[in-house]
Ligand binder design. Sequence first.
Ligand SMILES: [Zn+2]
Length: 405
Amino acid sequence: MTGRVHGSRNQASAGDLLDLVRTGRATTRGALQQVTGLSRATVGQRLDRLFRAGWLREGAGGPVDSPLGGRPSITLEFDDAHAVVLAADLDTRHARAAVLTLTGEILAEHAGPLAVDDGPERVLDELGRWFAEVLARAGHAPAEVCGIGLAVPGPVDTGTGRVVQPPMMPGWDGYDIRGRLARAFGEATGAGPVPVLVDNDANLMAYGEQRASYPDCSAFVLVKVSTGIGAGVVVDGSPYRGIDGGAGDLGHIRVPDGADALCRCGSYGCLAALASGGAVARRLAAAGVPAASGSDVRDLLAAGHPEAAALAREAGRRVGEVLATVVTLLNPGVLVLAGDLAGMPFVTGVRELLYQRALPRSTARLEVVTSRLGEQAGLVGAGALVVDHLYAPERVEERLLALGV
Ligand SMILES: [Zn+2]
């Protein structure tokens, strides 16, 4: 790393140094001096504040050679012991909640049925109780929580944390999710107010999976196919959301020969009405196989049910046809297929159409894979969203001053 840190400030702040260490771009005093252009003494003063806050520690890895020559340097690392983060991933009929370390390790997790159709008050209050339970199980106090991240199955205005006309979340349009979830957490635990961040589930699954499994992939796409269909895009390490959170909402693209399929959004012929876990469940039910949701289809696929497998493969072909355009536009290095439907029959169907329809140039180096984090991808992404927000250089100074360092 040879580039220096530039910004609106003249000199790199304590927050900039923390960011360089956290992202692994500079992890010794010498490397920080070199990247920022700060003097040894100034780097030392700023690091001392981060040590006093408990946000930085000397690494266990031992000294490494200094880029400036001279004495070997001690490596520095983000100290994740001073706080924990809470995350929840809300699907249409079930949810997960977890407590995570600041570096993304899940310490305790709870999963169970929870229906978004019950409306925001009941759902968010229940998540508050789940948070209290996982914290107790992990042995952490409510006061240690620095923030909450929530993944929801709908388009989110991340500026306000509100969902915008969500087809799968009746009663949630424009609702103050942040305020209610912070209050629910406070009521369940007695904790003071904490920041709450909300984003779309596919975005957060993509973010979690990219960070944990493909950190060097600069153009990354994850498609979640459960009760609905959505995609998350991560470009150069950041989620790409479009101008108002609408990027990646693939489920409501009209597809050919689907004119008589009614979608939950009220339109006919949407991809989700034909190829989602919900659509496959409806076709199975019509054929006499008991299935009401994407998770029921997941169970049937896991049990090797032949009709479910055939329908999942057909759904994969429909999704693959749309993904041919996505891949041609974005030229990603990795395409992850995730969600209830993403077993081998579905992946096979996607590959059949994707490679047939996309330009060979855009798929030559493309990996089409299933999720490594599985059902925890959204939780990991929601935790990372909170940590990246709270420890962003522009927020660090204010938070250090609040700690009195
Ligand atoms: Zn639709």
